[in-house]
Design a protein around this ligand. Sequence first.
Ligand code: TXA
Ligand code: MG
Length: 305
Amino acid sequence: MSTVLLHDAIATLTQGGLVAFPTETVYGLGADARNDRAVAEIFARKGRPQFNPLIVHFPTVEMAKAEVAWNTKAERLAAAFWPGPLTLVLPRAAQSRISLLVSAGLPTLAVRVPAHPLAHELLLRAHMPVAAPSANRSGRVSPTLASHVQEEFGDAVPVLDGGACTVGLESTVVGFEKGGAVILRPGSITLVMIERVLNTPVGYIKEGADISAPGMLLSHYAPSIPVRMNASEAKTGEALLGFGAVNGATLNLSERGDMVEAAANLFAFLRGLDDGKYSGIAVSPIANEGLGIAINDRLKRASMR
Ligand code: TXA
Ligand code: MG
């Protein structure tokens, strides 16, 4: 596998190249967010539609703030959850040097300060905003191990290996409408956690709502075989991806029914079962509350085709 050392990863970013790097959520495919050519290369490598904007990663809250029009709700959320698995979508600052390609024609920028120590070190030492979508080809399951990135891109993309991502689901994406916070993509920072910090009700973006939340492309995160949710057992040919005390599971997201463990295992297990041995993946029911909302969101997208 083409893993690289930190100082080589920094040199590659500085020269306008692409580097895959670990975050606490999933591996990202990073490039200098100020460099049009480098950003265009991300879209090309992923086969990503040009209308789907990228998240920009920063080593510090101050550096993130400088690129957007900040507000008091963002301030509270950043104080509570950064560094961490939360992305804030805010109007682009007039003086921002982030490539316009990053935001795909939208007047907003998605910014995040990741918590993974290696990501932090990379961002701090490269001292630049790094645009990074998940390091998978467009529409496929996000990588939570360096070897997954290799499966996606072969040796073409150098990978900084930081081990298994602890969260395992992409960051919660929050936007602001008429002063209120709206969840554009559920993640491990839950609606309840956000409401508690803002001390006000928060909603989810409406299903199929137009593309201020383009990330909500309906089919996404999909293995090559059908995924069937809320299954009590596997049909002939299917693998059973269990959750909790389930008999006959091919793999179990968490035998003790722990959501955090299930989230961390989800993408690796979907990948593992998509190996040509099975005709489909049947998944046990997972309660739609707390972290279960984000898990079910990803499963629902994986099950649409
Ligand atoms: O955890 C994560 O967020 C990972 C790691 C690498 O940081 N990144 C990630 O990136 O999941 P990606 O590109 O796979 O998903 C970014 C999401 C997409 O749903 C995209 O549409 C949304 O963020 N997004 C980015 N910029 C936006 C904007 N200006 N307005 C609305 N949504 C935006
Ligand atoms: Mg993605």
